[in-house]
Structures are given as C-alpha cells and as structure tokens.
Design a protein around this ligand. Structure first.
Ligand code: 3PG
Length: 311
C-alpha cells in the first residue's frame, strides 16, 4: 500500500481559513434574517408544520430551477445515493420541524439558548453510540454548557414544555444528521450545495404527509385568511423570505460542513446563536432577566472551552 501524504502550503492553509470564515459569516447572517422572518410568520400564522414544509419546498424549487437552467451543475446520483440519504433526511426532517414547533411556542432566543447545547449532544452521541473517546477537558466543558442551558431554561420568563422539548429533540436529531451527512458526503462527487439540495427534496417528501395529518388544509386556509387580514399582503413576502432564507443559510452551512468536521460545525453553529439571540431580543423586544442572560452566557462560554479542548 502506498501512503499518500497531502502537504498544504501555508498560503493554501490561509486561503482555506479565509474561505471557511466567509462561509461562516454568510451562514450566520442569512440565519439571523431567517429567524426574524420565521418568527414574524409564526406570530401571525401559528402553523409550524406548514411553514417547515414551505421552507423545504422553496429550497427544492430553487434548486430544480438552478439545475434546469444550468446555473448549478446537477449532481450525478444513483439509487444507492438516495437510499443512503434516507436516514439523513429523516434526521433533518425531525430536527427542522421540532425547532420550528419550538419557535412557535417560545421566544426565538429561548429556542436558540437550548440549541446552544448542541455540541454537548454531539459529544454524548459520539461517546455512547459511536464509542469515540474524548480527553477529560472535553467532558469538563460539558458542565458549563449543560449547566448554563439549564439555568437559562429554569429562569426563562416564557417557559413552555413543548418549546423546550422541541429544541432538545432538534439538538439530538441534528447531531445525527451532521454525522450521517459527513459520512454520506465523503468520497462522493456530490458537492455540499447539491447534497443539501437533495436532502431538502427528500425531507419535503417525508414531511408533507405528516404536515397534512397534523395541521391540514382547513386550518391553513383559515389561518392564512386571518394572517392576511391582520398583516396585509406583506404577510406573503414574510412567508417567501422565511422559506428562501431557510434554504440559503442551510445551503451555505453545508458548503462549510463539506470542508470541516461535524464537531467544528456544531461549535460554529453555537457561535452563530449569539447573533441570533441578541438580534431576536432586540427585534422582538423579548423580556429577559439578568439571571437568564447569565445562563446563556455560561452555556456559550462552555462551547468556547469545548472547542479549545477539542484542539
Ligand atoms: C430549523 O428550522 O431547521 C431550525 O431553525 C434550524 O436550526 P439551526 O439553527 O440549528 O439551523
């Protein structure tokens, strides 16, 4: 067997870092916009199963058009590819709908504080289900992450069990999604952008029947009329914005995941939440207690310690 060693020149390393940095900045900015429109829509139209489905549908449509017009090269896929995508799509569907249900019940900031515990879920899943061992500092960093999230949840002014559980389920589902996705993308010619597009299409097929069963066209039609009379035609633009921005931020996040590990991805995702939490508290004038903010800060600091311990 021949041993192949890839040596990266310092300039190549710097260029790679810059590229990831740009991906991260774009991902986070798009996510802030998504969160604002998503919550505006959910406040006026509390049907998270439909809005989750629309986000996937918008992304699927945008990508089908991009492939048809050759703006983006369509991926070469076979039946095996779609079969191996199924567990990823199931995890993505569960994680997506659970987070959206959570955000329909509680403040955006609360969902994201709980979701800042995602790296802790990543370590626990890797340790207990994949048998991966970590150095002691990694386990120690879980104490502030879990403790900070718990403190924040306990002191949350608008605590709601469905909102809390939705964010927790989303954490678990997305850890599986990221680990399976990384494995699925390895050695395949499908790019991060196209991988996420295929994932979106399969998730759409999975979610649609559940959305119809849980909420259904009758409630949607009534809710839509009500939202339209309350907000006016702008409501339609909010719906379009939340759906399109959902796809765009996820697409960019998958372009990053293609280049980095699922753990680095989770840490990047938690750093993103600082911007989402702060901006949503300002936009929605969310009442927060100092102790609640301290909990969030401890959790996020824990994630930073965790990322250092992983180095
Ligand atoms: C969703 O609807 O999928 C969530 O808002 C996504 O959460 P994320 O911040 O982990 O991408």
């Amino acid at each position: 067997r021949r041993l192949q060693i890839n040596v990266e020149l310092p300039e190549e390393q710097a260029a790679q870092k810059l590229k990831i940095g740009l991906y991260f900045a774009t991902w986070w900015a798009l996510n802030v916009v998504f969160n604002v429109y998503n919550k505006k829509v959910l406040n006026a139209f509390p049907y998270p199963w439909l809005t989750s489905t629309l986000s996937l549908a918008a992304g699927s449509l945008m990508m089908l058009v991009s492939w048809a017009t050759r703006m983006v090269d369509a991926p070469k896929t076979d039946l095996d590819f779609w079969k191996s995508l199924l567990p990823v799509a199931v995890a993505h569907t569960i994680g997506h709908v659970a987070a959206t249900v959570s955000m329909s019940k509680v403040a955006v900031s609360f969902t994201h504080i709980i979701k800042s515990g995602e790296p802790a879920f990543s370590v626990l899943v890797s340790r207990f289900l994949l048998g991966e061992m970590f150095p002691l500092p990694v386990y120690l960093s879980l104490i502030p992450i879990i403790g900070g999230c718990a403190l924040s949840a306990l002191t949350e002014l608008n605590f709601n069990m469905t909102g809390f559980m939705g964010a927790m389920i989303s954490n678990l589902a997305f850890v599986f999604r990221n680990i399976f996705s990384k494995k699925g993308m390895k050695g395949k010619s499908v790019s991060g952008m196209n991988y996420y597009s295929c994932l979106s299409m399969q998730s759409l097929l999975i979610l649609t029947p559940f959305a119809i069963a849980v909420e259904g066209p009758k409630l949607w039609a009534e809710g839509f009329q009500q939202a339209l009379s309350q907000i006016g035609p702008n409501f339609i633009w909010w719906l379009v914005a939340q759906s399109m921005f959902y796809h765009l931020y996820n697409q960019v996040s998958y372009m990053s995941l293609y280049q980095i590990s699922p753990l680095t991805f989770s840490v990047g995702n938690t750093m993103k939440r600082i911007f989402v939490i702060v901006s949503s508290i300002i936009v929605f004038r969310t009442p927060v207690r100092p102790i609640n903010t301290i909990g969030a800060a401890i959790a996020i600091l824990g994630t930073f310690l965790y990322s250092q311990a992983k180095l």
